[in-house]
Design a protein around this ligand. Sequence first.
Ligand code: FUB
Ligand code: ZN
Length: 627
Amino acid sequence: MDLTERLAPVGLDDVVIEDPFWSPKIDRTIETLLSQYEKLEAYGTIGNFRIAAGIEEGSFRGPCFMDSDAYKWLEAVSYTFYRRRDSELEEKAGYLVGLIRGAQADDGYIDTYITINGRLRYTDLESVHELYCAGHLIEAAVAHFSATSKRDLLEVGIKAADNIYRHFIEGGRAGVPGHEEIELALVRLYRLTGDGRYFELARVFIDIRGTEEVSFTRCPDDTGKQKDRHACGQRYFQNHVPITALTEVTGHAVRALYYNCGVTDVYLETGDEKYGGPLGAMWENMVTKRMHITGGVGSLINGESFGADYELPNEHTYNETCAQIASIFWNHRMAQTGADSRYHDIVELTLYNGFLSGISLDGKKYFYPNPLKSSGRHERSEWFQCACCPPNMARLFASLGQYIYGTSRGTIFVNQFIGGRASIRLPGTGTVGLLQEGEYPRYGEVRFTVGISHPAAFTIALRKPAWLEKYTIEINGKRHLNFQVEKGYISIMREWKDKDTIAFVMAIRPVLMSCHRRVTGNAHHCAVAFGPFVYCLEQIDNPGADLFDIRIDPDDIRFGIDDEKSLSDGIPAISFNARIDTGDTPLYYALRKMNHTHKKIRARAVPYYAWNNRGKGKMLVWIPLIS
Ligand code: FUB
Ligand code: ZN
């Protein structure tokens, strides 16, 4: 990789989403956050801060990283301020900021688990999540200040970072944080404050990983179940080799991908190829060998971790919602290293599938793991003892605006097709307004209108989605052929005038997807996709057969798009010809004596993200082909 063509994201303050698919989900975030606050109270997260602040008696509740959920919640609340201010939410956020200030020691240290339990600070770096929590505090502090200009939470974040700097750098006690997150947060703080100590600290935490052994055996939590992760060894922590020798994504998926976010941030700041090479190799490894068709990553339940190459089980898979979110965070950063549509292809794939499946259609229940097959036991919950995923979802919904556009000198990149208005500062040109409209991804026509005070020559580069085969471009209503596709972007260079329009018309149609032969569980199976969406079968839509008896004959499929069967938000159900295998065979039998009979049916699939919204039942993404 090299950084000659770096892309700068267009930030939240310059983008307003007005989109038929996403706006209702984003607007719902305020309600979601209010209900999450109740859970943070009910499960003790906020109470821990009251106890640590000395205004309530009691003992610590929850896993050792409970504080992080409050910080992620505050970060999400801060992002909502760009769109709509809600007095109830602001009042609750203000109260929580006050508690956090009260829970911070005079020297800047803050961690309610350590304070309430009277444990020694920074002595169990590997298991206790002090630096993970501090990272989330710093992210919340940066977001809160950027959205409100209020310094109260920022001061807490700065004091905490200073405390960490004194202990680990000035005290010469640098060690390997057990759960990455602090690295990326310190770079954010450095970018906001310009204080190079935070960048130095981030780099030390990145470079030390893999150079000294971590003696981690268990994570202390209040469930009494000590999670023995020793079996995962140093790989669990991405600590088996230094960053320079990493070529694969390994171990605990959220840890691995938060780490990669921090490494990418440091790479973006330094251009040091000792980071660029490993990042490129890990990215290739993840998306070509260790990622589900839904964008789901971290396929193994054991250790919440990445599996080996092609180890992608469907039913007994993990795909923690946080890992999908971390993948989006990382791909968004990788996209900043240079124009290459593949990064935002993964952002899109993950957003519309593995990420969205993490929340119910009404926004009230969450998945922690996201399997691709269910025998009917899997169901979303209102909350979890380990509640990392729900506030993580909220912060991504509330900050979605920053994933849509990027700029480099002379080019505006359209990375995501999410409608709304943007005011884009284009280096060398000035400010360009861009209105994006359409009903993507139900329909493939996306229209752009340029707003500019004087005619100017620059390029508008539209990401050509990986799934797209046929498309046309129109400028001011006329078919336009004078464009180039470079690194997956359709680049239109011309002198743009005020009110010029572009229509990007993509043919979206259902397709059958296949899988690499080495994913043994998917051999002789196929999946249904429609634009960026992966579909699944649910038992409730296919009442005439046991779902697991359904087979597909790829030569007789005849897809239908059933808009009237849409579950919500306008994304249709897809119907197709299928067979039910009614063969009555013993458990094992000689292949040549096979006695399969098939009954023809019309099967119906719904978008994967929308499954399990009508009660429990069987679900299937990869459907067997007829034998
Ligand atoms: O350890 C903190 C968080 O809890 C991790 O990121 C999640 O995977 C869950 O284990
Ligand atoms: Zn999670």
